[in-house]
Write a protein that binds this ligand. Structure first.
Ligand code: CTP
Ligand code: MG
Length: 238
């Protein structure tokens, strides 16, 4: 049973507002993308597929050599939307039973979590990393008046990686391509594709609150701290 990880790095990072896409910004000396590639390289996946922006393959190739990636890998150009990039990665993958999709902008993913997810995906065909929501969440109307409070027990904030059997992902994309553009544009993660276009239930694997997606400049401040804290922990263990 083979598993591939699609690591997404084809976004432009508009909300970050830096002059390079955010995955290439430095975090304690390494590009943000380095940390997820390292985690997946140390995990139980069999190969990596890195999806990058137009014209970025040579630069990424250089990084892969510098990072001394040990697993087999491919680098492919992504597309306009996140789901286009995932599909470009998917199209490169052959003879694989399970796919994990990860945001390259989530550098704090733990190797143990990736391996737990793989185990669950092999049992259920569909599983995602998520954490219970800590805040009270309100649904509001168009005038920003509170409509109701959604019961917190029922709310989970979902992260990546998200894992599915290869067959299930292909089935979901078949349904997606037949749908109209208005519905297509509502898709924000891979689980939503599987929810919308297949009948397979998706399991939750408990994640870590630290597995944040770096999106805006203030996320960088917390991220610097998270990397240095994790280095400090490693030093204390050694
Ligand atoms: N992504 C991608 N291809 C796209 C859009 C996004 O591979 N067409 C990737 C990003 O590189 C990122 C992940 O999907 O790792 C999550 O997306 P997001 O946080 O929205 O990143 P960006 O799209 O780069 O940021 P923004 O929306 O602020 O432009
Ligand atoms: Mg985006």
């Amino acid at each position: 049973m083979r598993t591939s990880a699609i690591i997404l790095a084809a976004g432009k990072g508009k909300r970050m507002g830096a002059d390079v896409p955010k995955q290439y910004l430095k975090l304690q000396g390494n590009p943000i993308l380095y940390y997820s590639i390292k985690a997946f390289d140390q995990s139980d996946v069999d190969e990596l597929v890195i999806v990058v922006g137009q014209g970025e393959i040579p630069q990424c190739q250089k990084y892969m050599e510098k990072f001394e990636v040990k697993k087999p890998y491919q680098i492919v150009e992504g597309g306009k939307e996140r789901y286009d990039s995932v599909y470009q990665g998917l199209m490169k993958i052959q003879n694989v039973d399970y796919i994990l999709v990860h945001d390259g902008a989530r550098p704090f993913i733990q190797v143990a979590r990736i391996n737990e997810l793989i185990k669950t995906v092999k049992e259920t065909n569909a599983a995602i990393i998520a954490v219970p929501v800590k805040d009270t969440i309100k649904q509001v109307d168009e005038n920003l008046h509170v409509k109701k409070t959604i019961e917190r027990k029922a709310l989970y904030a979902v992260q990546t990686p998200q894992g599915f059997s290869y067959e299930l992902m292909m089935e979901a994309y078949r349904g997606f391509f037949e749908d109209d553009i208005e519905n297509q544009s509502k898709i924000t993660d891979d689980a939503m594709l599987v929810e919308s276009y297949t009948d397979t239930p998706i399991s939750i694997v408990y994640g870590d609150y630290n597995n944040i997606k770096i999106t805006t400049p203030e996320d960088l401040i917390l991220s610097e701290y998270l990397v240095s804290a994790s280095r400090e922990r490693k030093r204390m263990v050694e």
